[in-house]
Design a protein around this ligand. Structure first.
Ligand code: COA
Ligand code: ZN
Length: 321
């Protein structure tokens, strides 16, 4: 039997998921969510973001969250960082990895981060220097890598140029983000193959949103193209409040369910993951777009209808007649 290919799943629900919730999730509940996610085989958890609390009030408790969680050895606790102020706050809380963010789209970068792309790149260069001095690894997430909801198509060459900029400065990973679900499978496969062919020693992660129902198709295309790392969000929560029309990420439990069925090894304990997702609606006060929460795994069995024996008897009686 051939070895199953190992994939690495990063759950971003505490960050991408909760940043987009209308009501503030209490800090203790965020900590409990991260602690539950820590024990089920995920390789990474994006625990929060160190952004301006005015921009994202939902994550204003980033420091308390980082300090309150129980860290499980082997799990990398990462956080989103847009500038030097965020990096300094994250260092104080001993995050394992900086996940820097900027957009491939000038318009989205201005809307989301209040900076031009050039200003963001130079702010992030300073953060990279700080990270190097502190010995903290850096991943860079490139928003709108597959299209911008305001500008439309983005130039794949520009995605590659930005990746090259950050890899050249020591980033150990690049995440290509489909911020508003504009990506489609052939586009994803093309860009991921191109990226993997150039940045041989850099971890590539795909981060997709299901805004147009293509998230899992994009994940499948990327896995077949050789991508081994995926962002996903428990319950399918998520979305950037500064990207018009944004909605939830690829749902972690739906993704793990599919990938395990088709023969990949995600390392994630699916039943425990679904149990975490089942608790989300009461945590956030509304239903979640998770198919696993709605329908359960494909091996779930339902009882036959109460009238089944009668139906069978009538059907068999037709043979006898
Ligand atoms: N953490 C906490 N506070 C921060 C901060 C950070 N990382 N960066 C800036 N601030 C504070 C400043 O101290 C200043 O505070 P003051 O008003 O009390 O003096 C205020 O925010 C404005 O600072 P400035 O540098 O002018 O920021 P800005 O208003 O131009 O906003 C960002 C720039 C990047 C900080 C802001 O747009 C942001 O945090 N965006 C993130 C949005 C996001 O997370 N989107 C979803 C994820 S993709
Ligand atoms: Zn996202």
């Amino acid at each position: 039997m051939s070895e199953r290919i190992r994939l690495f799943i990063n759950d971003v629900s505490p960050r991408d998921g909760l940043q987009n919730e209308a009501s503030f999730v209490p800090t203790a509940d965020k900590i409990a969510l991260i602690d539950a996610l820590s024990c089920i085989g995920l390789c990474r958890i994006e625990a929060t973001s160190f952004v301006s609390p005015k921009a994202i009030p939902a994550l204003a408790d980033a420091a308390q969250v980082m300090q309150g969680i129980t860290r499980v050895p082997g799990v990398i606790y990462t956080a989103l960082i847009p500038n030097l102020r965020g990096a300094e706050r994250a260092l104080e809380c001993r995050v394992d990895e900086f996940n820097l963010v900027m957009s491939v789209s000038e318009t989205h970068n201005l809307t989301n981060l209040r900076m031009t792309r050039a200003q963001s790149a130079s702010a992030l260069d300073e953060v990279m220097a700080l990270a190097r001095a502190a010995g903290v690894p850096v991943n860079v997430s490139l928003s709108c890598s597959f299209g911008c909801p305001m500008e439309g198509d983005v130039d794949p060459g520009e995605v590659m140029r930005l990746a090259d900029h950050f890899v050249g400065r020591g980033a150990t990973g690049i995440t290509l983000c489909d911020t508003t679900g504009m990506a489609y499978p052939t586009q994803v496969a093309d860009l991921c193959r191109r990226h993997l062919g150039v940045f041989l020693n850099t971890d590539l992660t795909l981060h997709v949103h299901d805004t147009r129902g293509m998230a899992l198709a994009n994940v499948m295309a990327a896995a077949q193209a050789g991508v081994r790392r995926f962002d996903a969000s428990l319950g399918g929560l998520g979305g950037c409040p500064y990207a018009p029309g944004a909605s939830g990420n690829a749902c972690t439990e739906d993704m793990v369910h599919m990938l395990e069925l088709i023969g990949y090894d995600t390392g994630v304990h699916l039943d425990a993951l679904i149990a975490c997702a089942d608790r989300l609606p009461s945590l956030i006060g509304h239903p979640v777009p998770s198919q696993m929460v709605r329908a359960g795994r494909r091996d779930r069995r339902h009882p036959v209808p109460a009238s089944f024996e009668e139906i069978r008897a009538r059907a068999l009686a037709r043979d006898a007649a």
